[in-house]
Every structure is written in C-alpha cells, then in structure tokens.
Ligand binder design. Structure first.
Ligand code: SF4
Ligand code: SF4
Length: 294
C-alpha cells in the first residue's frame, strides 16, 4: 500500500472523529411521556383486592393485532377472584404484536384494563414479551386480601339442634365456630409450609380464658396472651418503628417490645372432640350452601 493511501485513510478517520455522532446511547435522557401515552397494560383491582376483569374476552375480540388471549373460568363459592360470575383464569398480552392502539381499553366493560405510561418493554426472547396475568395485574391494595376470596354471601347456621340445646350450648357453638374458622386459616398456612408451634393472641376476645381454651384446643396449639391488648394498633406502631429504622426488622421489634402475660394450653380431651368437629364443620358449608338466602 502506498504511503499516500495510508495518509488518505487516516485523514478520513481523523475527520470522522470530530463529526456529530449519529448513534446515541439509550436512554441518554428519559423524556416524560404525555399523560395519555399508551404504554404497558394494567389489569386493575377493586379496593378489596378482587380483580375487575370478568374474563369476558371483549378486549381480545376488539384487538386488531390479535395480541390478547383470555380464557375465562367460573368463580366458585369457595374461591372468588372477581366480582362477576367469571374471571380470567388465563390472561396474556403479546407485546410482539401489540400496536398500542388502545382499542382493548375502549372495549372493556368493567374498566379492568387500562394502559400505563411504561414504555420500556424488552426481553431476550420472544416469549419474554408475552405478558401473563401476574405480570399485568395491579398490586393488591394495602390492607386488602389477595384473591381468591371466600364466599361473601356465606351465612351462619346452627345444625344438629335437639331439645337439650339450651342457650349455653348455642353460645358455645358460636365460640367453637370462630375457632374452626381460625383453624381454616391455620390449615391454609400449613399448606404453604408454615408450621407454627404456638400462637399469640390479644384484644377483647383474648380476655375470655374459656374462648382461648376452645381456640387452643381447636388449633391444637398453645396460645400466648400478650400484655398489650391492642394487637393490631401495637403491631402497626412496631412496623412504623421498623420503617423509621428504630428496629432492624419486625423480629427485632417483636423481641424488644412484645411481652407475654400467660399461656393457654390446648385441652387434650376437647382437642380430640374438635378434630372430629372440624371435619364436620368443613363438610357443613357445601351442604348448607344451596339452602342459604339468595
Ligand atoms: S393496545 Fe391495541 S394492539 Fe395492543 S392489545 Fe390493545 S387492542 Fe391489541
Ligand atoms: S380486560 Fe375487560 S374486556 Fe378484557 S376480558 Fe377482562 S373484563 Fe373483559
């Protein structure tokens, strides 16, 4: 190669070094979107945590890009996900296809589907841009319970009454019904792998030693009654202390502040009776569901 050609090449490089760059790093500076910008979708919830989506599929029919897939299913008395008869068991939006036109939003009869200002959508694979329901659902509002919810129309019932069922028996049945309800919650925790060795109780109901003995026997767990009676408010104050840095975490806050007044042990004889009673309690709900008030 001739020296003149080398110099010519170097001059091209040298000139290019001072030219304005056409390629910029992304994002050099994020620009705020306009308020009605069409970004990623959001599946909204009601304040109690239930999903607004009723799985009607109208959004999927309205989509010109065939980007939405919905598969509806029936809510059941035992498990309610939405306020309607149906909910979306499967909900997907394929962002490889979506053109962000917003027609799905217009089609939704329950305002379940809205669009956020989020525009940074990328994934290393094609499947990564197919958003499933958990990716699209709004978080559960503070203080609300994540679905499925239990039957909001459930009603109480006394069964097995005889002439010997006096006022005391009915009052005790109410206390035992609450204890069985708590056992339901405990069984849910056990299904999740939580194996508590004791429980803690506070508040007005905890003043009754009889009720605590019934609950401890139904749960088959010892119950520790705390010195502070206002359990929820006290716990909220401790969590505020964690948030403010007064405690490293909730465990440290509990160790530092929660004092146990006494312990109520399960009554073995009652626990045996309640183990059978709990099985009957579980069988009663589906049995009486059909004859409750509409
Ligand atoms: S914004 Fe338009 S293209 Fe995207 S899912 Fe909705 S209707 Fe389909
Ligand atoms: S998002 Fe709206 S239109 Fe789509 S299935 Fe749910 S309720 Fe129906």
């Amino acid at each position: 190669m001739m020296p003149s050609e080398i110099l010519k090449g170097l001059s091209v490089t040298f000139r290019s070094m001072f030219r304005r760059r056409n390629t910029i790093q992304y994002p050099e500076q994020k620009k705020p979107t306009s308020p009605r910008f069409h970004g990623r979708h959001l599946l909204n919830r009601y304040p109690d945590g239930l999903e607004r989506c009723i799985g009607c599929e109208l959004c999927a029919y309205a989509c010109p890009a065939d980007a939405i897939y919905v598969q509806g299913a029936e809510n059941t008395p035992q498990a309610r996900w939405s306020v309607g008869e149906r909910y979306a068991a499967i909900y997907q939006i394929n962002y490889n296809r979506c053109i962000f036109c917003g027609l799905c939003i217009e089609a939704c009869p329950t305002r379940a589907l809205t669009m956020t200002n989020e525009y940074e959508l990328s994934a290393p694979t094609r499947r990564g841009l197919v958003y499933d329901k958990p990716d699209l659902l709004a978080p559960v509002p503070a203080g609300a319970k994540a679905p499925p919810h239990a039957d909001a129309d459930a009603r109480g019932a006394f069964t097995g009454l005889s002439l010997r069922s006096d006022r005391g028996a009915l009052v005790r049945a109410v206390l035992e019904g609450v204890a069985y309800g708590l056992r339901d919650s405990l069984e849910l925790l056990r299904e999740l792998g939580v194996a508590p060795e004791k429980g803690r109780v506070s508040g007005g109901g905890a003043r009754s030693s009889l009720w605590l003995e019934i609950v401890a026997s139904a749960l088959e767990l010892p119950l520790e009654r705390t010195v502070a009676e206002e359990g929820s408010a006290y716990g909220a104050a401790l969590l505020a202390g964690v948030a403010e840095g007064a405690f490293a975490d909730a465990s440290e806050a509990v160790r530092a502040c929660v004092r146990v007044r006494d312990t109520v042990e399960p009554n073995d004889a009652w626990a045996r009776v309640y183990a059978e009673g709990y099985a009957r309690f579980r069988a009663l709900y589906p049995a009486v569901r059909g004859v409750e008030n509409p």
